[in-house]
Design a protein around this ligand. Structure first.
Ligand code: IPE
Ligand code: IPE
Ligand code: MG
Length: 224
């Protein structure tokens, strides 16, 4: 049975769900947040140490300003309301991505990361203004300025994910089979699950089915 340390999720399909059931993409994002809460709880229950959630990509800035504002408002409210509870549950929050948001949100993110930095039950990595290509370029720039030899072991020290094991599982909801610039380096050997359900429809049962399936997969890492 495979040991499961790290699950990464591309939470896709909020907009389509919102349009279908509430005539509003934004209300889909609001509903999607409920799934986030369910999945966090279930991750703790399953004793999985790392959960990485793709919340906003470097390409998502192409969206209408109204939707972007709504998304960041949702995040702000979530953190203000929930950070104490996450902290009590010994959950650590880490942001993957460039923090260049409003001053208020930057401060809130830095505060939340610092407050929870010593927690050890679960680490939630929130990929926010995250793009894998940018992450790799920035890592290369930093490494080329250092005296470190260019090799795999040194390179990973310059990624946002340094100190985090690579994801064992990648889940993408929303019936779309692509990576959308997410963790291109780190997903090299992850088991990938593309789910038909939209993110607001995804639930604990779906999650546990994937976990169960993962545990039985023969992972080769090039070996036989
Ligand atoms: C993913 O859902 C959430 C974010 C990108 C923030 P989408 O908003 O992409 O939903 P669809 O794909 O348009 O349905
Ligand atoms: C990926 O979803 C980004 C997040 C889930 C945050 P998108 O909906 O932005 O991906 P594309 O644009 O359809 O590939
Ligand atoms: Mg989408």
């Amino acid at each position: 049975m495979n040991h499961l340390k790290h699950v990464a999720i591309i939470m896709d399909g909020n907009g389509r769900w919102g349009v279908k059931y509430k005539k509003s993409r934004n209300l889909g994002h609001k509903e999607g947040l409920k799934t986030v809460e369910k999945i966090i709880k279930e991750t703790v229950k399953n004793k999985i140490r790392y959960l990485t959630l793709y919340a906003f990509s470097t390409e998502n800035w192409r969206r209408p300003e109204k939707e972007i504002k709504y998304l960041f408002n949702l995040l702000e409210n979530f953190l203000v309301k929930r950070i104490d509870e996450l902290h009590k549950k010994k959950i650590k929050l880490k942001i993957l991505g460039t923090k260049n948001f409003s001053k208020k949100l930057n401060t809130l993110l830095a505060f939340s990361e610092k407050k929870t930095s010593k927690n050890h039950v679960l680490q939630i990595n929130l990929a926010l203004n995250y793009g894998s290509k940018l992450e790799i370029i920035n890592a290369l720039k930093a490494m080329s300025k250092s005296k470190n030899t260019i090799n795999e072991k040194n390179f990973i020290k310059y990624l946002y994910t340094k100190d985090i094991p690579d994801p064992d599982i990648l889940i993408r909801t929303g019936n779309t089979k692509r990576l959308s610039n997410f963790l291109l380096w780190q997903l090299a050997y992850s088991e990938i699950f593309f789910e038909k359900k939209l993110w607001p429809e995804f639930n604990e049962k779906d999650y546990n089915r994937i976990i169960k399936k993962f545990k039985k997969i023969k992972r080769n890492f090039g070996n036989i």
